[in-house]
Design a protein around this ligand. Structure first.
Ligand SMILES: CC(C)(COP(=O)(O)OP(=O)(O)OC[C@H]1O[C@@H](n2cnc3c(N)ncnc32)[C@H](O)[C@@H]1OP(=O)(O)O)[C@@H](O)C(=O)NCCC(=O)NCCS
Length: 162
């Protein structure tokens, strides 16, 4: 299948339907966080978060960044998901987002946490230069009461485009 040409743009409020459905993709419930429409609207309006989408003919990916103006330059990749995994969209979209982040903010450290068994996501981050900082043991309380480990990963500005 040919790879899609993805364009990055800031999300608009009228993208929320598509974003809600992207983060509720089949099988995603144990891979990525999800929020209610109201929570998204609050984050959208709150000034601490920045939403982005990736589109070709339709919306293919979205992401939420947090702490764009962090005093220590720690920019957090709060969420990312694509419509159809395994087609190169995530890596293309995230590489555009990394370029946007290091070009348009003063971030020094672009970081994320990820469930330790989400190997596809970790492979994508590793491919784009993120390194593993460590493991947040039992940091996440799942809805069923289980605790899950989170892998912490980051990409530093000096490592960008190296
Ligand atoms: C994680 C996610 C954004 C990655 O995007 P994607 O479009 O599926 O990934 P890509 O096709 O760009 O693949 C990037 C790399 O990941 C790896 N990869 C792809 N599919 C994989 C799989 N099934 N298992 C392990 N690694 C895989 C490959 O190394 C690939 O690079 P390569 O094709 O050059 O070998 C996407 O799968 C997704 O939305 N998953 C559900 C939500 C989620 O997990 N979000 C991240 C939370 S931390």
């Amino acid at each position: 299948m040919p790879s899609l040409d993805i364009a990055l743009r800031p999300a608009r409020l009228d993208d929320l339907d598509a974003i809600l459905s992207l983060e509720r993709g089949e099988g995603y419930e144990t891979l990525v966080g999800r929020s209610t429409r109201r929570e998204h609207e609050d984050m959208f309006a709150g000034g601490r978060h920045a939403y982005f989408v990736g589109e070709s003919e339709r919306l293919e990916a979205f992401s939420i960044l947090r702490d764009i103006d962090h005093p220590h330059g720690n920019l957090y990749l709060q969420r990312i998901a694509v419509a159809q995994p395994g087609r190169g969209v995530g890596a293309r979209f995230l590489s555009l987002l990394i370029d946007w982040a290091f070009t348009n903010t003063k971030a020094h450290r672009f970081y994320l946490d990820c469930f330790d068994d989400n190997f596809r996501a970790q492979a994508m981050y590793g491919k784009l230069g993120f390194r593993r900082d460590g493991l947040l043991r039992q940091a996440y309380l799942a809805p069923d009461g289980r605790r899950r480990d989170l892998v912490l990963m980051s990409l530093l500005r000096p490592e960008w485009r190296v």
